[in-house]
Design a protein around this ligand. Sequence first.
Ligand code: XIL
Length: 352
Amino acid sequence: MRKAAAVAFSAAAALSAARALGAPSLKAAAAARGLFLGAAVDAPALADDADYARVLGEQFDMLTPENAMKFDVLHPRPGFAAGSYDFAQADAVVAFARSRGMRVRGHTLVWHRTHPAWAAALSREQQREVLQNHVQTVVAHFRGKIYCWDVVNEAVADDGTLRRRSWAALGPGYIADAFRWARVADPGAKLFYNDYVDGYPHGPMPAKIDGILRLVRRLKQEGVPIDGVGLQMHLAAGLHYGDLRELIRRFARLGVEVHITELDVAVVSAGAAARHLLGQEPFSGELRLQAQMYGEVVGACAAVPACKAVVVWGFTDKHTWLPLFSPTIFDARYAPKPAYEAVRRALADPSS
Ligand code: XIL
C-alpha cells in the first residue's frame, strides 16, 4: 500500500516537475502544429471528479461528449414535443467546454446503435419524421456552440456495403438528408461522417475503407454538405495497421478535412485484464508498445495537412469504456503514462 502511494506520488510529482520546467501542455504542443487535441468526456465523471475536470481543461482544447449527445440520451421519449428531449447532461458538458475555451465535436446524430425501440416500432414515414425532427431540434439547440458534428456514424458495414437495418431502413437517402437537415439548422458547424476503419480484433479493414471512400465521394458529387471524415481508431497495442499516413491521405484526396475522432490503444494480452483487476498497471513493455501506437497515430495526423484534430476516446484509465485494457494516456491516478510522452514527442516532431 505504502509502495503504491509512493509510486502515485512520484508520478504526480513528475508531472508537476515537468510543468514547472515549462513543458507545454499537450494542447499547446498540438496548437503549435495547427492541430486540435481533444478528449471524449464522460458527463458523470466531469460532474463528480474535480481532477478529471482539471486535467481535461489543462491538456485539451477540444472535447467530444462520449455519450451525452447520443440519440437515446437526448431523445429518450417518443414524439417531437419539448418534453421528448433531455439536454441536461449535454448542456453541462458544452458549458464546461465553453468556460475553458474548448471546441466541441458533437457526437452523434444518426447511429444504428442508438435507434430506440419506440422509434423502431413506427412506420417508415413516421421514422423519417422522427429523424428529421431529431436532427433539426438537436442541431438547432446547440447552434453556434458546436465546432463540428458527427452527423452519421458507422453507416458502412464491415464488407464495405451500406448497412440496411436500423435507421438505414428509411432508404439510402437518409444519409444525405441528415447532412442537409443539419446544415440548415446550424450553417456554422462543420459536418462529418464518422466511422471505424481498423481496430481490434479486425486489424486493417480494406473493404470497409473502400466503402467509406465510395460513400463520401458520392455525397460530395451529389452536392451534399459534408466537410469532413472522422476516423475512429480504437486500436490494440502491438498490432500493425499499415501505413496510417497514406490512409489519412486517401480521405484527404477527396477534398475533406480529416479528424482522428476516437483514439484509444488497448493493452490486449492474456494477463492484462487480470492485472487490472488486481489493481496493477500493465507491464512496462506493454506500455511501451501502447506509447508507440499513440505516437504513430498522432504523428500520421500531424504529417498530413488535411488532418486537423486528434481526439482520444477517454484520457484516464479511471474513466474509460474499456477499463480492463488500460487504453488511455493517463493512469487511473492521473499520472502520465509513456503514451502521454509519446503524444507530446509526436507533436513536437512528427517525423520522429
Ligand atoms: C461508446 C462509449 O464509449 C460507451 O461508453 C458506450 O457504452 C457505447 O459507446 N464508436 C463510437 C462511440 O462512435 O460512440 C462509441 O462510444 C465507441 C465506438
